[in-house]
Ligand binder design. Structure first.
Ligand code: FA5
Length: 348
């Protein structure tokens, strides 16, 4: 095999340089290649400098070929630079190592979380979840619950009315979930009944740290033979223990609702000041936050439902979901919940 001539060496160098240029991934690779091939210490320059050492008869041809090769390499280098800068280079079109654009993760609303927690406990205690209408008839929201038109108890439920006051059946946004007691009993001629009714309620009232114009309640109704106040107390105590733990103090005291007899309300110790601040937004210095109203279903309501009140008794309760959420989540103003502020909601 004959020895490679100086002209063959030019061709080999040219081919190798072109191959290496194809491997360049980015502008750093290109610059390294430029220095190595076309730079002052580069291989092409070295060949030019070596001309003087060649036999005189081939110097001219050698110089011509090296110049040709240099021009080809310069133009290949320019093309490669343009490709990389415009992103045409295959490895730049998709760079899997770049950090991605973060997507926002959704989550359950804090009230949804607590409503589910409440219903989970009552489901374990044997209650079935049912729902009822938010647009309600006057008679279900008030009359059938023993709250007649002129009854002072109606003041407690300042109301959003939906049609004329003199219409045959006035419609309103329900002020509590208690109308579902009546609806459910009407649809179920024979006890036993054990239901939990979650749902939104609306009250036309001034708002503050513990009062909203839109609130969620969970209503309980249990009707059976021999149900007593002890069953109500036991149910609510067990519910409170499972919701808040055994360390929280729960108080039950007498209260008045026209549709129960006797009536009670249940409060929990103030998580904000424990009763030490007279102007506390949560307990107003009382040390207690009211969570729910309850009582033994009034015998008139049992009778109106078609059940014999000498055989059947029952208890009912209605609890505020936002109030319970405030205690569990340490939220000191109820108005945050429906403010739709991302900074608030994203904490949960
Ligand atoms: C009632 O709504 C009765 N229907 C409860 C009831 C049911 C009593 C069955 C007896 C038998 P009250 O208005 O107190 O009662 O409301 C019940 C609970 O809803 C309150 O304890 C409180 O936790 C919550 N609540 C009431 N008003 C508001 C409000 N404006 N904002 C937030 N929560 C409220």
């Amino acid at each position: 095999m004959s020895e490679a001539t100086p002209l063959d060496m030019i061709k080999t160098s040219l081919d190798q340089a072109k191959q290496r240029l194809e491997l360049a991934q980015d502008s750093d690779d290109l610059e390294a290649w430029r220095l190595e091939v076309l730079g002052r210490q580069g291989s092409v320059t070295a060949m030019m400098r070596g001309i003087g050492e060649l036999p005189p008869e081939i110097r001219k041809e050698f110089g011509k070929q090296v110049n040709l090769a240099r021009k080809q390499l310069e133009s290949a280098y320019e093309d490669a630079t343009a490709n990389i800068n415009t992103g045409n280079h295959s490895s730049d079109a998709l760079d899997a190592t770049l950090p991605g654009t973060p997507t926002l993760r959704g989550g359950l609303h804090p009230i949804t979380v607590v409503r589910r927690q409440i219903l989970d406990v009552f489901t374990r205690l044997g209650f079935t979840t049912v729902e009822g209408p938010e647009v309600e008839q006057d008679s279900y929201n008030f009359g059938k619950l023993r709250i007649p038109a002129d009854h002072p108890a109606r003041d407690m439920w300042d109301t959003f009315w939906l049609n004329e006051q003199n219409s045959d059946e006035k419609l309103l946004l329900r002020t509590h979930t208690s109308p579902m007691q009546i609806r459910y009993m009407e649809d179920h001629p024979t006890p036993p009944i054990r239901i939990a009714v979650p749902g939104r309620c609306y009250r036309y009232e001034a708002t503050d740290a513990t009062h909203e114009w839109m609130l969620e309640q969970v209503e309980l109704l249990a009707i059976d033979k021999g149900i007593t106040l002890a069953n109500l107390k036991g149910t609510l105590q067990e519910w409170a223990r499972q919701m808040f733990g055994a360390k929280r103090k729960i108080m039950m005291r007498h209260s008045y609702f026209p549709f129960v007899e006797p009536g009670v309300e249940v409060a929990i110790d103030c998580f904000k000041c424990d009763g030490s601040e007279r102007d506390c937004g949560i307990c107003r210095g009382s040390g207690w936050l009211e969570l729910l109203g309850a009582g033994m279903v009034h015998p008139d309501i049992i009778r109106d439902a078609g059940y014999d009140p000498t055989i059947y008794t029952g208890f009912a309760a209605g609890m505020g979901v936002e109030r319970i959420a405030m205690v569990l989540q340490g939220v000191t103003d109820i108005r945050h919940y429906h403010s739709n502020r991302f900074s608030f909601l994203s904490q949960f």
